[in-house]
Structures are given as structure tokens and as C-alpha cells.
Ligand binder design. Structure first.
Ligand code: NAD
Length: 338
């Protein structure tokens, strides 16, 4: 006797509608760099589909946006197959959701002691993979659909704070992953100049960064004020002497010459993540770049391996999102009128 409730016709139709709509939004956002709805709206619909699929397993589809990462690589670029997939992150939108994540982590690890987390700003740009061989930058790629990305080596070479040559004691082969973004001030200046010259302006720094990275002519990318911060390692030579924690690995990357965010902090237990969230949220408007939340990662690499992955995200990390700025603007507008 099967006690699992089945979805009503209305719920089935809603799930199909949401899948199609989110697929369209993904294409606009990842492939065309021209979203037509605010992220908060996308996140709400995504969450609704996720909840329908969780409640009614018969509504789950392998090609659902909830099972996928990003968008397809454009044919105009050569394609790069990632040696290990570039995944997305699960989201928490409230303190309760973060606490539920921390509890799941502790339960899965069956850990009596506190789990340390590395706290990082969630940079709002585009994910890239940069490969160094014998210290030289040999290839750079977008995340694409997580398995296959676009070869954007020539474009990434033009980003001023991406080293073309690493400093000493680096591994023979090192893949660095991080975010390319456009600092807010530079974005505003760029848009002003583009508007004056009658050229295309960008809706926000994220779209500006993603669009600039995927230029077919790298001289165009070179004119865009892009910036890079590394946030993890991908494939690394097996004989490399890597640190045992994520926080220490980020500082290893820094010693090899890669830029990392100055806001990265180590906390010894989940409670420390709450304070980090509040601190960064308060300073959000004074940061030089746009962020849409913070990322919390289990610090021990051994514990990360114990926790593993689900289809599109690691179990050892979460993006704790800030209230959406588009929404805040509306709320502020209302307050102002009252
Ligand atoms: P995500 O942005 O929620 O999280 C994963 C990404 O975070 C990584 O790929 C990486 O690029 C980035 N990141 C930034 N700082 C990081 C750090 N310190 N450590 C690790 N990763 C870091 O996931 P996603 O799959 O890239 O995008 C999904 C989000 O994009 C949605 O939640 C939505 O807000 C937005 N989106 C919007 C639309 C739209 O139409 N408006 C469409 C699709 C997606």
C-alpha cells in the first residue's frame, strides 16, 4: 500500500509551467546575459518548484532546472570539459534555514565537537576555472553547465589582477576556481561612458562581468574593468603539498600570487556564521563590489569529503543569501511614501 500522496492535475501543470519558465530564465541569464526578472523572483519560483518536487517525487525530472547547473556553453567558443564538475551552491534565505543546514552537517558527521566554517562573501559575478601548468596560465573556462564550459583563455589573460605566472613553490598543475566581477564604481563609470557613446549598457555589475567575459574579441574584454578573486582549487597535481583546511588552502593560493577576498574569516562553530552574516550585511553597501550573500564552507577538507555532494551542489557548503536589493528598493519606496 503506497502512502505517498500523488500530485493533483493542477500541481502537475504548475510544475511543468515552472520548469519551462525557469528554463527560459536560465537561458536569458546564463547564455544571453540579459535576465528579464529580478533574482528574487527567480529564487521564489525555483524554491516553489523544488518544494513541489520534494513533496511529489513523481514530479521530479532529470532535466528540471533544480537538477542542473548554469546554462549551455555557446558554440562560438571552443568547449572545455571540466575534469571535476563546477557545481552550484544550495541556498539558505533565513537564519532558520542556515541553522537547519548546520544541524544536517553535524548529524551527518556524527560530530560531538563543533565544526569550523570558513566564511566568505558571495561575490556576484561569473564563475571561472583557470588552469596553471608549471606556473603559467594555460587555460581559462566558464562554468557553463558545470560539465562543459567555454574557453575564455584570451579574455581572462586581460584581467589585470589575474597572474599570468605564479610565484614560487606552486604545484606543477593547479586549477584555480573563483569569481570574475566588476567593482561597483567601475561598473557605474563604464555604463556612463557607454551611454554617452550610444553603446550597450548593462543592467547590473553581474551581467556586465558575465557579458564582458564572453566577448569574442579579447580587446573588448581588456577595456572592461574586471577583477578576480579565487575561492577554491579544482584539480591539483597529486604530489602537491596542500593544506588540510579550506581556509589555509585559500592562503596557499594567495602565496602563489592569486588574489583572494579580504573579507574571508574562519569561525570555530556554526554560531560564528550568524555574527559574520550580520557584520557583512551591515557593511554591504560600503563594499567595493556587489555581493548577494555569504558562503559558509565546512573548513576541514577531510570532513568535506565525508559529506560529499548531491546532484548540483556540495553538502558541505551553503550560500546564505541577503534580502534582495530589488525588493528592498520597493520596500524603501513604500516606507518613503508612508
Ligand atoms: P549561486 O549564484 O546561487 O551559487 C553558486 C555560485 O556562487 C558559484 O558558481 C560561484 O560563481 C558563486 N560564488 C560567489 N562567491 C563564492 C564563494 N566565495 N565561494 C563559492 N562560490 C561563490 O548559483 P548559480 O547556480 O550560479 O546561480 C543561481 C542564482 O542565479 C539564482 O539563485 C538566481 O539568484 C540567479 N539567477 C537568476 C536568473 C534570473 O532570471 N534573474 C536566472 C538564473 C539564475
Amino acid at each position: 500500500f503506497d502512502e505517498t500522496p500523488s500530485a493533483s492535475l493542477e500541481q502537475q501543470q504548475r510544475a511543468t509551467y515552472l520548469r519551462d519558465l525557469l528554463t527560459r530564465y536560465n537561458r536569458e541569464y546564463y547564455e544571453l546575459d540579459e535576465p528579464s526578472v529580478p533574482d528574487a523572483e527567480y529564487d521564489r519560483l525555483f524554491r516553489e518548484l523544488q518544494q513541489l518536487e520534494q513533496s511529489y517525487p513523481e514530479l521530479q525530472h532529470a532535466d528540471s532546472p533544480t537538477q542542473k547547473v548554469g546554462g549551455q556553453a555557446l558554440d562560438a567558443f571552443s568547449q572545455v570539459t571540466h575534469e571535476t564538475p563546477m557545481l552550484s551552491l544550495d541556498n539558505a534565505f533565513s537564519e532558520d534555514e542556515f541553522d537547519a543546514f548546520a544541524k544536517r552537517v553535524a548529524e551527518r558527521l556524527d560530530s560531538a565537537s563543533d565544526v569550523a566554517f570558513c566564511c566568505e562573501p558571495k561575490l556576484d559575478g561569473a564563475a571561472v576555472s583557470i588552469l596553471y601548468e608549471n606556473g603559467k596560465l594555460v587555460r581559462a573556462a566558464t562554468r557553463g553547465d558545470g560539465q562543459t564550459g567555454e574557453d575564455i583563455t584570451a579574455n581572462v589573460r586581460t584581467i589585470r589582477n589575474v597572474p599570468l605566472q605564479l610565484l614560487e613553490d606552486f604545484p606543477e598543475r593547479l586549477e584555480v576556481r573563483g569569481e570574475v566581477f566588476m567593482p561597483i564604481h567601475a561598473f557605474e563609470q563604464y555604463n556612463e561612458r557607454a551611454a554617452a557613446a550610444g553603446e550597450k549598457t548593462f543592467a547590473n555589475p553581474r551581467n556586465a562581468a558575465a557579458g564582458s567575459l564572453r566577448q569574442l574579441d579579447s580587446r573588448m574584454t581588456a577595456r572592461r574593468p574586471l577583477h578576480f578573486y579565487a575561492y577554491s582549487m579544482g584539480v591539483v597535481s597529486p604530489d602537491a603539498d596542500l593544506a588540510a583546511t579550506h581556509f589555509d588552502r585559500l592562503h596557499q593560493l594567495q602565496r602563489w600570487g592569486l588574489p583572494i577576498s579580504e573579507e574571508i574569516k574562519l569561525v570555530s562553530e556554526a554560531a560564528g556564521c550568524h555574527a559574520y552574516y550580520q557584520d557583512i550585511l551591515q557593511r554591504r553597501d560600503s563594499l567595493r563590489y556587489e555581493i548577494d550573500g555569504i558562503v559558509l564552507k565546512v573548513n576541514s577538507i577531510a570532513l568535506q569529503s565525508d559529506l560529499g555532494f548531491v546532484s548540483r551542489a556540495p553538502r558541505w557548503a551553503i550560500a546564505w543569501k541577503f534580502p534582495a536589493q530589488e525588493e528592498l528598493t520597493v520596500i524603501r519606496g513604500v516606507d518613503f511614501q508612508v
